[in-house]
Ligand binder design. Structure first.
Ligand code: NCD
Length: 359
């Protein structure tokens, strides 16, 4: 059974195959419509969503499949204290594939462990948002034909932005050069920097202001302040609006740069840029549908040739509890902590659920 919980679940080759299928589905929908007939996608959304849930539903229904699910956990047994494991076991009998979004990091992995059907992570806390990263990469490749060698700036709340995390890992894997642009306190978390440097052998440049690097960027990926995830000690008012991409800033950017944003935007991306031909954010949200069509049909095995061998992972039981208070293992008490090592390097271990470093 294949799941898509983080980018580590697919090889680069498999990701490229998904892009090929998505491109085919985008241009020749009639050929593919019908592939998911009589199949059901369950959308378990414990956190707010517009694009992710609707584009998954649109993708499934365009393939003639059906959807069921919830967008308000207060209307489900989660409000009565039902565990993720029990919900997963039950939904297994109601659907053929699951997409889940939840506030706890590692939650999608719990669903995958307890469901007998493929599970897709639609965003887990501030950890990962791998399907957004596929959409983002695909959008870049459609405009620029490649990622390799491009200078990609990721700007905004890099500490808590899960879309930024998965995007950074994806860009590094495909040979892009990363520039992290964030105000103090919102820089990329240590676990992500460690993965980039140790496992992807990638040293990102880190700066505080977009204006310092704008003329070098091929892609400018903006993301909003994740106010709902900020710890009480961080004053949202002081960081809010501390970064802004507008026409004035874009005057110094390359004429063929791409402006990207996973959306929703709040006040970090000016509306005046919407008519700039470099704006690619609505294209990004449109590309979410063919990407999710390709992903759903591949994970359900309806496209036998696309997914080959899952990349090998080295996961073992951990001797201590994860220190990340938002990790699912600190909320669902039946879970045993697990750790992961990479490339045979046992000096660095990470929580197999939320990716945090284990000290
Ligand atoms: C992102 C998310 O939910 O992480 N939105 C999305 O899925 N397109 C980004 C965000 O909320 O800032």
């Amino acid at each position: 059974m294949r799941h898509f919980i983080t980018l580590d679940d697919f090889s680069n080759f498999e990701i490229e195959q998904i892009f090929r299928l998505a491109a085919g589905m985008q241009t020749q929908l009639e050929t593919w419509a019908g592939i998911c007939r009589s199949k059901l996608l369950a959308t378990l959304f414990y956190e707010p969503s517009t694009r992710t849930r609707l584009s998954f539903e649109s993708a499934m229904e365009r393939l003639n499949g059906g959807t069921l699910g919830f967008a308000d956990p207060n209307s489900t047994s989660a409000a009565k204290g039902e565990t993720l494991a029990d919900t997963a076991r039950m939904v297994t009998n109601y659907a053929d594939i699951i997409v889940v979004r939840h506030n706890w990091a590692g939650s999608a992995r719990v669903i995958a462990k307890h469901a007998n059907i493929p599970v897709i992570n639609g965003g887990d806390g501030s950890h990962a948002h791998p399907t957004q990263a596929l959409t983002d990469l695909y959008t870049i490749i459609r405009r620029k034909s490649k990622v390799n060698g491009l200078t990609v700036g990721i700007c905004g709340d890099l500490q808590y932005g899960r879309a930024a995390h998965s995007f950074a890992l994806a860009v590094a894997r495909f040979g892009g050069k990363l520039v992290h642009i964030a105000p103090k306190g919102l820089q990329m978390p240590t676990w992500l920097l460690t993965r980039l440097t140790k496992y992807h052998r990638h040293e990102p440049l880190e700066v505080e202001n977009v204006t310092d690097v704008i003329e070098n960027l091929d892609v400018i990926y903006v993301n909003r302040l994740q106010e709902e995830r900020l710890p009480p000690a961080v004053d949202a008012a002081t960081v809010r609006g501390s970064y802004l991409l507008n026409a004035e800033v874009m005057k110094n950017a390359k004429p063929d740069a791409m402006i990207m944003h996973p959306l929703p935007r709040v006040n970090e991306l000016a509306y005046e840029l919407d008519d700039d031909p470099r704006a690619a954010y609505f294209e990004q949200s449109a590309n979410a549908v063919p990407i999710r069509m390709a992903l759903i049909s591949s994970l359900m095995g309806l496209q036998q040739l696309i997914l080959t061998q899952p990349p090998k992972r080295n996961i073992t039981e951990a001797s201590q509890q994860c220190e990340n208070p938002n990790c699912v293992t600190n909320h669902e008490t039946y879970l045993l902590p697990e750790q992961e090592t990479f490339n045979g390097d046992t000096t660095i271990q990470t929580c197999a659920y939320c990716g945090s470093l284990i000290k």
